[in-house]
Design a protein around this ligand. Structure first.
Ligand code: ADP
Ligand code: AMP
Length: 216
């Protein structure tokens, strides 16, 4: 197999970004994340499309899904440019999953399983570096100096959508739209399910093994 094509599934806060960073480094593959791509293009003008809101920002601040035609295009371009990849945050509904199956083949589909109470604690305590995007948690993974990124010295901020009300809405949207995607891969018999409540190191060992197994 050339470079692996990995899909990492899980609810918001399950640890996809944390584990994707490590996988990307370990296997020398691209980390393709629709969330980061959309945050970098929050004010993209969607007014020419027949959409509810005019920018990705409005959807994200409401905890709703950005329209498929916007995210499908982002993913198509990113995958065309990647040899191997770990895909994080996509597909989030069955139409996106169908689109994905038309544009690429997957070697490993991994699901990080985390309970709802833990997800809320993780998301409301998450802090991200405003400069380099590094990921922290006020309790579970604090920086050495409060508010300052260990890696680049940048400011740590709370994402606009990591407030309790928006987190609850994102989890509702996940249950309604994305759980059927998990079920779809489970039905196909390709889903590797991993307990995402272990320590980040233990979760990584399991995720890495799943990718290595897929390569053999
Ligand atoms: P996702 O990308 O799935 O939304 P993240 O990787 O951003 O999730 O993780 C959400 C929050 O939980 C972050 O603050 C991160 O530091 C923390 N976190 C990630 N994995 C674990 C873990 N195994 N145990 C405890 N906290 C974790
Ligand atoms: P994330 O960083 O993955 O938690 O995503 C943050 C927000 O970006 C989501 O709540 C959505 O508003 C939007 N988003 C990210 N990925 C997608 C996707 N695949 N489809 C639609 N919206 C997305």
């Amino acid at each position: 197999m050339s470079q692996p094509h990995v899909l990492l599934l899980g609810a918001p806060g399950a640890g996809k970004g944390t584990q994707s960073e490590r996988l990307a480094e370990a296997f020398d593959i691209e980390h393709v994340t629709t969330g980061d791509a959309l945050r970098a293009n929050k004010d993209m003008d969607l007014s020419h499309m027949d959409t509810e809101y005019d920018t990705p920002r409005a959807y994200m601040e409401a905890g709703e899904l950005v329209p498929d035609e916007v995210v499908n295009e982002i993913v198509k371009t990113a995958l065309e440019e990647a040899d191997g990849y770990v895909l994080d945050g996509y597909p989030r509904n069955l139409d996106q999953a169908e689109y994905l199956s038309d544009i690429t083949d997957l070697d490993a589909v991994i699901f990080l399983d985390v309970s709802e109470d833990e997800l809320v604690d993780r998301l409301t305590g998450r802090r991200v570096c405003d400069d380099c995007g590094a990921n922290y948690h006020v309790e579970f993974n604090p920086p050495e100096t409060e508010g300052v990124c260990d890696k680049c010295g940048g400011d740590l901020i709370q994402r606009d959508d990591d407030t309790e009300d928006t987190v609850r809405e994102r989890l509702r949207v996940y249950e309604e739209n994305t759980e059927p995607v998990v079920e779809h891969y489970r039905d196909e018999g390709v889903l590797v399910e991993i307990d995402g409540e272990d320590t980040p190191d233990d979760v990584f060992d399991a995720v890495k093994s799943a990718v290595e197994d897929a390569a053999n």
